[in-house]
Design a protein around this ligand. Structure first.
Ligand SMILES: [Zn+2]
Length: 279
């Protein structure tokens, strides 16, 4: 079914002028990727479950080894009241980091469960690119804890969307999966289609902070049918990684323009200066 969807989207996106050879090559690549993914899932089903951080064998799927747990760095107070970057010392309630004071992000507050480092990079890559979706409930638990005080019955949980072409290629939106699991155990309202990605943007990985900002400017739109829900609402954006905050700021700006009263962000991991770079 996934292949059929991928092929259909591909044919639609190519138009009549594409050469047959190019189409065949592209279809072959997609078929091979589909087989690799399916093969990987079968092999994982046959292989003993492994820790997503260290690769060691564990007693069940979605579990971490003791060394895996030790390698992760959970973010604890004190941190910037605005973007959630950890502080080395406690500067008092409401203290913001120099970056937020100099150039405030478009979201009100951001919280992250983990520092983005080698260990959490392994988690994110497995979750995002290797179909390790069984990890989503555990990640959601960590994120709910990081969001203490942010999530209320009046909050609207909205994932950062993928463009439909990337969604077809990846077959799931990792942020939507996190949002669904976070919403399951909170009184907040889940709104999976609050935002749509109206422009396909190249990956942010290799871009500078300014390049990232330009890359995602105007990439999002609040869907027409969800505008009444967003107006005057407190929205919590869900994403996997916060790097410079450019994507979350672009999404937050879009929600604010649609009348959201406040927009916060909740991510699995965030880059901390001096740590691992962009994803
Ligand atoms: Zn900050």
């Amino acid at each position: 079914m996934g292949m059929l969807l991928a092929c259909g989207a591909f044919w639609r996106s190519q138009g009549k002028s594409a050469s047959v050879a190019a189409v065949q090559t592209q279809l072959f690549r997609r078929a091979r990727k589909g087989l690799e993914v399916a093969g990987g899932a079968v092999l994982r089903g046959l292989a003993p479950p492994s820790c997503p951080v260290t690769g060691e064998e564990v007693s069940g799927p979605g579990l971490l080894s003791p060394a895996g747990w030790r390698a992760l760095h959970f973010i604890e107070r004190p941190f910037c009241a605005r973007c959630g970057v950890p502080f080395a010392a406690d500067y008092g309630a409401g203290a913001e980091c120099p970056a937020c004071l100099a150039d405030p992000p478009a979201f009100d507050r951001a919280r992250a469960a983990l520092v983005y480092d080698e260990a959490s990079h392994a988690l994110v890559v497995g979750f995002k690119h290797a179909d390790r979706t069984e990890l989503a409930p555990m990640f959601a638990g960590w994120m709910r804890r990081a969001a203490a005080g942010l999530l209320t019955a009046d909050s609207v949980i909205a994932p950062v969307p993928l463009h439909r072409r990337r969604l077809v290629a990846r077959r799931y939106n990792q942020s939507a999966l996190l949002a669904a699991h976070i919403a399951r155990r909170t009184p907040a309202v889940l709104c999976q289609d609050a935002l749509t990605r109206v422009r396909a943007t190249p990956p942010q990985k290799e871009l500078s902070a300014e390049g990232r900002r330009r890359n995602v400017a105007g990439a999002f739109q609040v869907s027409e049918k969800r505008r009444p829900r967003i107006r005057n609402a407190h929205v919590i954006l869900i994403d996997d990684v916060l790097t410079t905050g450019a994507t979350l700021s672009a999404a937050a700006r879009c929600l604010a323009n649609a009348g959201a009263a406040r927009v916060d962000a909740l991510v699995l991991a965030r880059v901390v200066k001096g740590g691992v770079g962009a994803i």
